[in-house]
Ligand binder design. Structure first.
Ligand SMILES: [Zn+2]
Ligand SMILES: [Zn+2]
Length: 341
């Protein structure tokens, strides 16, 4: 095909103001490829950005980092075999030379960059990325499922970070996509009891099909109390919401020596906590975001996870505003929204 000269891309210019713009597509650097985006999923973090409340993103910013598509052009140093490949992309880049990068922990790189924060969001027709960020999709994987390899990698990374092992009891706060995918990742890691609390009957039912063994509608009861009554306290908890109240429940539900993994994004980052509980019960609190060598794990795990059922809505790019409104309404049946440019 002819190299495209322009393509559409979404910009959040101010809180709750999203513009679809045309941008010029620059020529490829030697190790870059041009991807025509086929599926791009909305993430909870995109909604924080649209509200202007993402703690690490200032406006204006592009959005979109969970996507898949076709390699439609390649830089001169890229193997021709890449052309036409169906791929998903790890949407961040590390410096490659610092001590963390050299030791294999590129997720700890001080110069870690997320493409969308630098104007290369995936709510767009095309995106230019480095060949090293590409992961080919298996033939049986659809573009929609391919776009979900990013959030699945986040959950797999969180579960590895928590050190979930065979026979563990775990508690997950949140019935959004990350909470639900964390249930799937805990199941794959061998957890025996997987308790999950959320607010939507439809999403709680979905969580069960992904691996949750018991669920609670948190409207009915305080979730930590439910976990303590049911299990006596869990080994690991996963906070996938991002609120002081959920942080509190995540630490209170632990047995002595337990580990709370904090994965939610906190629009209000200063919270109060009972530090005595941490000390006397010898708890560990671990923060997590992104991934490190987790995309191949996600792709390998995908076949055993009912990923398609996570997608509740699809919209074309020119209806992104409507897609965002649907996501912000927090309707009970809304789970994952995928944009097809
Ligand atoms: Zn995401
Ligand atoms: Zn580095």
């Amino acid at each position: 095909m002819e190299y495209p000269s322009t393509g559409r891309i979404a910009w959040v210019t101010a809180p709750h103001t999203v513009e679809i713009r045309q941008r010029d597509i620059r020529p490829l650097a030697p190790h870059e490829v041009l991807i025509q985006i086929r599926a791009s999923a909305l993430c909870g973090s995109d909604l924080h950005t649209v509200r202007g409340k993402h703690p690490s993103v200032s406006l204006p910013s592009t959005i979109g980092h969970e996507f898949s598509g076709d390699v439609v052009a390649i830089g001169e140093a890229v193997s021709p075999a890449r052309l036409g490949q169906r791929v998903t992309v790890e949407p961040c880049t590390a410096c490659g030379t610092c001590e963390s990068c050299r030791s294999g922990r590129y997720d700890l790189c001080g110069k870690l960059r997320f493409l969308y924060r630098d104007g290369d969001g995936a709510m767009a027709d095309y995106i230019l990325v480095n060949e090293s960020s590409l992961f080919p999709l298996p033939d049986a994987m659809s573009y929609d499922e391919g776009a979900l390899m990013e959030p699945l990698s986040v959950s797999i990374h969180a579960v590895r970070r928590g050190g979930v092992s065979s026979g563990d009891s775990v508690f997950i706060l949140g019935d959004g996509p990350i909470g639900i995918l964390t249930a799937a990742a805990c199941r794959l890691a061998g957890a025996e009891r997987i308790l999950l609390a959320g607010h939507s009957p439809a999403r709680l039912a979905l969580a069960k099909s992904f691996g949750a063994t018991e669920t609670l509608n948190a409207h009915d009861r305080e979730s930590a109390e439910w976990v303590l009554d049911t299990t006596g306290g869990v080994a690991k908890s996963f906070e996938c919401v991002g609120s002081e109240g959920c942080f509190e429940q995540a630490t209170r539900a632990l047995r002595p020596g337990g580990v709370a993994v904090i994965a939610g994004i906190y629009e209000e980052p200063h919270i109060r906590m009972d530090i005595s509980r941490l000390i006397t019960r010898k708890l560990s609190i671990l923060g997590t975001q992104s991934y490190c060598h987790d995309f191949p794990r996600a792709i390998a795990a995908a076949a055993s996870i009912p990923l398609k059922s996570l997608i509740s809505h699809t919209f074309p790019l020119d209806r992104l505003g409507e897609a965002l409104e649907t996501a912000m309404e927090r309707k009970r049946e809304t789970v994952k929204i995928v944009i097809h440019p």
